[in-house]
Design a protein around this ligand. Structure first.
Ligand code: ADP
Length: 251
């Protein structure tokens, strides 16, 4: 279903009022699906800054392990450097640890997970054991040319705790090379180099297709065509789709 169709049937009030699904469950969550640089991280940070939601980015969690040079970090570093997926069981452990640190009512924005059919099945099972569910998966479609440009321009905060990502245009930092939030130094991600980006883009097209099909089959997928949308317009478009119960609490 396309975002404008969903808003038409829901009267523009969001997914919760459209399906009634979120009324039956303890806490609804949202999955963001999209290629590298599609805006998943930026949209997540915006939503978590406005509402009492939690951003769960498996890429950030793995990069934190690498920065802290843990055993896991040393193991996964070559996978990330090559732009290859790490094994599902590593992702399960990382996500489970996050789910356990928070009250059961916390709504999550899942960014970068699930990336395989098995991860999607596992996540549904894990959440249903906690009386919660993925209410909605938002697919952010951006043309590949644009993603290649954004990856080349993207800089991220080198602080393992922050990792905020910046672009060269509307999402540029106030001071070049310095993080607005924590004053950390901005660096280019190792996997944002053009040859790795091309591989990640090729793989991400397949991943997106699989994950979109998973949520489409259960009527939970909404696609936003983000070509021509500014990052601000994209943030608002995603926020409008969130289940009303996720927006109830202001951060
Ligand atoms: P992107 O900016 O491409 O969305 P992420 O920050 O989500 O990238 O992920 C960076 C890297 O971390 C991936 O290329 C992959 O190596 C690893 N990774 C992150 N999430 C997963 C996952 N769910 N399954 C397997 N590998 C993952």
């Amino acid at each position: 279903m396309r975002a404008n169709e969903l808003l038409a049937v829901s009267g523009g009030r969001g997914f919760g009022s459209f399906s009634g699904l979120s009324e039956r469950i303890e806490s609804p969550h949202v999955v963001l699906v999209g290629g590298p640089g599609a805006g998943k991280g930026t949209v997540s940070r915006y939503l978590c800054g406005r509402y009492a939601l939690r951003h769960l980015s498996t890429g950030d969690l793995l990069r934190r392990e690498i920065d802290l040079a843990t055993q896991l970090g040393r193991y996964v570093a070559p996978f990330l450097a090559r732009g290859e997926l790490v094994a599902d069981h590593i992702i399960f452990d990382q996500v489970q640890a996050q789910l356990e640190t928070l009250p059961e009512h916390t709504g999550f924005i899942f960014d970068g997970v699930p990336r395989t059919w098995e991860q999607a099945v596992w996540l549904d099972r894990e959440l249903s054991a906690r009386c919660s569910t993925i209410a909605l998966a938002v697919r952010i479609e951006v043309p590949h040319d644009e993603l290649i440009t954004r990856a080349a321009e993207r800089r991220v905060c080198s602080s393992a705790e922050c990792q905020r990502s910046y672009g060269a245009r509307s999402t540029a930092p106030r001071i070049a090379g310095i993080c607005d939030d924590c004053r950390g130094v901005l660096v280019q991600r190792a996997d944002d180099h053009p040859d790795v980006v091309r591989r990640r883009l090729r793989d991400s097209a397949v991943i997106e297709h699989v994950i979109a099909e998973y949520y489409e089959r259960t009527g939970r997928l909404v696609t936003i065509n983000a070509a021509g949308l500014s990052m601000h317009e994209l943030k608002l478009a995603v926020a409008r789709l969130l289940p009303s119960r996720m927006l109830a609490s202001v951060a």
